[in-house]
Design a protein around this ligand. Structure first.
Ligand code: FMN
Length: 219
């Protein structure tokens, strides 16, 4: 058996996927992470999951948004996307976060959203959520892993089950091979550098597979 067969072979297809509820929660200033979230939604629906795409509440002042035409255009284009709430988290079996790096860390908007979940956490409602993260940065080594680790640190406190892609599918190698979660570089022109659509879709599929095992039992 070849290396790739050894690594990826003998996969058991998971059935009964349709009862997983997936919340794809994103923050995006200029559209990249919104696009990643939409690909995750597409994949989740193809797997039969019930999927909600939700944005994190914007905290930046209007003047800051208006000073960047790409940011303003994205805010206007996504004004009808619902904002994520604690009820959405409680509803979800699985959560995929898609968030840009900010100085190698979480955007404050995302940190605020996590910090508003104290009530949910205190009632044990964050336990066993299956969580996975995706990110973007302007530079190929601009803090992608650090951002995902920052997210996952909070998830450990939630008692969430963090389902990273690892190297679970060959498609990940073409997307930069980030085992912490799909990450993409965004050029000065605002366009994605790597082709990560397949990696995002695989990550969503894998998150749903793990959530199915957790929800329905692995037997
Ligand atoms: C305040 C701020 C801090 C940033 N910090 C980093 C960074 O540490 N490394 C990096 O490569 N890019 C950094 N960026 C670039 C963003 O990560 C990039 O614009 C983002 O990934 C694009 O995603 P979006 O289109 O979904 O908003 C930063 C951008 C801003 C506004």
């Amino acid at each position: 058996m070849g290396f790739f067969n050894k690594l990826f072979g003998n996969k058991k297809e998971t059935d009964n996927m349709s009862n997983v509820k997936l919340a794809v929660i994103y923050y995006s200033s200029t559209g990249t992470n919104y696009q990643l979230a939409k690909w995750a939604e597409e994949s989740g629906k193809a797997e039969g999951a019930e999927v909600k795409v939700l944005k994190v509440t914007e905290l930046a002042p209007d003047a800051a948004i208006a000073s960047n035409p790409a940011w303003q255009a994205h805010v206007d284009a996504t004004k009808d996307v619902p904002e994520a709430t604690s009820d959405d988290l409680e509803w979800a079996d699985a959560v995929i976060f898609s968030i840009p790096t900010r100085f190698g860390n979480l955007p404050s908007q995302v940190k605020q959203f996590l910090d508003l979940q104290g009530g949910l956490w205190a009632n044990g409602k964050t336990v066993n959520k299956v969580v996975s993260g995706m990110t973007s940065a302007q530079n190929p080594h601009g803090g992608q892993e650090a951002t995902l680790l920052a997210l996952y640190t909070s998830m450990f406190h939630w008692g969430a089950i963090v389902a990273t892609p690892g190297y679970s599918d060959p498609v990940l190698f073409g997307a930069g091979g980030n085992p912490y979660g799909t990450s993409v570089t965004v050029g000065q022109d605002g366009e994605m550098v790597e082709d990560v659509e397949g990696a995002v879709k695989h990550q969503a599929k894998r998150t749903i597979e793990v959530a199915t095992m957790v929800k329905n039992g692995s037997k």
